[in-house]
Design a protein around this ligand. Structure first.
Ligand code: OFO
Length: 171
């Protein structure tokens, strides 16, 4: 496997695992702060990021590359409120989109068309990931500071979590 492509895929393997732990930490915060539906959603999202990592690991192995499971930064563990949690989800997903675009650029520079084809799945997935985060932020904004509004928001998040668990993105 081309060494530059391999290095960029390994960087992404690390980033997906970090995202998984970050979303897991957000889920823990939600559980502790009364948002059990949002916690379920974030735990499911953490699992999804782990599957994104595993999909990359399998791909590198299939192409006879070397997978490096590297150390991870400590994720953030505390947020001011539920709006801050999901604002960070969107910010994080935007940065992942940038990383995936960079991987794609490396593939094009190195003429690794097989990997650029493989990455199309991740590129498409980011459309969903960013729009999903925006939708959740809109729901929180609509709920405002109303306890009833936030209660209904969290019920909606529980339903989203159930849907995500029933329809895993990576099978
Ligand atoms: Fe949330 O995205 Fe992975 O790739």
């Amino acid at each position: 496997m081309n060494t530059k492509v391999e290095a960029s895929l390994n960087k992404q393997i690390n980033a997906e695992e970090h995202a998984s732990r970050l979303y897991f930490a957000m889920g823990v915060w939600c559980d502790k702060n009364g948002f059990s539906g949002s916690a379920k959603y974030l735990y499911a999202h953490a699992e999804e990021e782990r599957m994104h990592m595993i999909k990359l690991v399998h791909y590198v192995s299939e192409r006879d590359g070397n997978v490096i499971i590297d150390s991870l930064p400590k994720p953030q563990n505390n947020w001011d409120d539920i709006l801050a949690v999901f604002t960070e989800v969107l910010t994080h997903e935007k940065s992942v989109t940038g990383m995936i675009n960079s991987m794609f650029e490396v593939c094009m520079q190195e003429k690794d068309y097989l990997t650029s084809n493989f990455l199309q799945w991740y590129i498409q997935e980011q459309v969903e990931e960013e729009s999903g985060a925006r939708e959740i932020l809109d729901m929180i904004t609509l709920a405002g500071n109303s306890q009833g509004g936030l209660f209904h928001f969290d019920k909606e998040m529980a339903a989203k979590a159930a849907l995500a668990l029933a329809n895993p993105v990576v099978k």
